[in-house]
Write a protein of this length. Structure first.
Length: 179
C-alpha cells in the first residue's frame, strides 16, 4: 500500500553576512494578510513520482518567478503538525532578484460569497538573520532553522579544527526532527 503522506519540497537560500541570513517568502492570500508569523521556506507539493530536488526547483521558480541556479544540498525531512512532510534543500547564494511573477491560487473570498478571487502564493520575500527568521517563520517550520544552525555549528567546528574561518553551510548532518 502506498504511503499517502503529503510531501512538499522547498529551498532555503542562505547567505553569509555578519550573521547567516535566510530567504523566506510571506504566504499570500487573505488568511495570512497582516500576520507576522506567516513566513515560510519557498516550497510546494511534489507531483506524483517527481524527484524532490526537481520539485523544489520548480516550486521556487513558480512561486518567485525566478530560477535558482545555485547547487542545492539536502537539509533534511521535516514532519509538520498537519502530518505533511517537507523535504528541504539549502542553496548558498549572495543575492536573489525580487519576486517578479509569483504563482497564484484561486479562493472563494469572502467565504460563502460565491466570488472567486486570485491571490499570489507568496506576496513578499526577504532576507532575515536566523534570529529574526525564528520570529517570522510558521511554527511548524522552526526545526528547519534549527537544522541550519546545527549545520553552521558543525561546519564552523570542522573548519576551526582545520585552521579555517568562516560561516558556511554544507551537507553532512542528518536531521531527524519530526515537528
Amino acid at each position: 500500500m502506498r504511503d499517502r503522506t503529503t510531501r512538499s519540497a522547498g529551498i532555503l537560500p542562505y547567505r553569509r553576512r555578519r550573521n547567516t541570513e535566510v530567504y523566506l517568502g510571506h504566504m499570500g492570500g487573505p488568511f495570512w494578510a497582516r500576520k507576522d508569523r506567516s513566513w515560510s521556506i519557498v516550497k510546494g507539493l511534489i507531483e506524483g513520482d517527481e524527484d524532490a530536488l526537481d520539485a523544489a526547483r520548480r516550486e521556487f521558480l513558480e512561486e518567485t518567478g525566478n530560477p535558482i541556479a545555485a547547487p542545492l544540498e539536502p537539509l533534511g525531512e521535516f514532519r509538520q503538525p498537519s502530518g505533511k512532510l517537507i523535504i528541504a534543500f539549502v542553496a548558498d547564494v549572495e543575492e536573489l532578484p525580487p519576486v517578479t511573477s509569483p504563482g497564484t491560487f484561486e479562493l472563494e473570498w469572502p467565504p460563502r460569497s460565491g466570488r472567486v478571487q486570485t491571490f499570489p502564493e507568496i506576496d513578499d520575500a526577504r532576507w532575515f538573520d536566523l534570529d529574526a527568521a525564528g520570529s517570522k517563520l510558521v511554527l511548524g517550520q522552526l526545526p528547519i532553522l534549527d537544522a541550519v544552525r546545527r549545520l553552521n555549528s558543525h561546519s564552523a567546528g570542522r573548519r576551526a579544527s582545520a585552521g579555517e574561518a568562516g560561516n558556511e553551510i554544507h551537507s553532512g548532518c542528518e536531521n531527524t526532527d519530526t515537528e
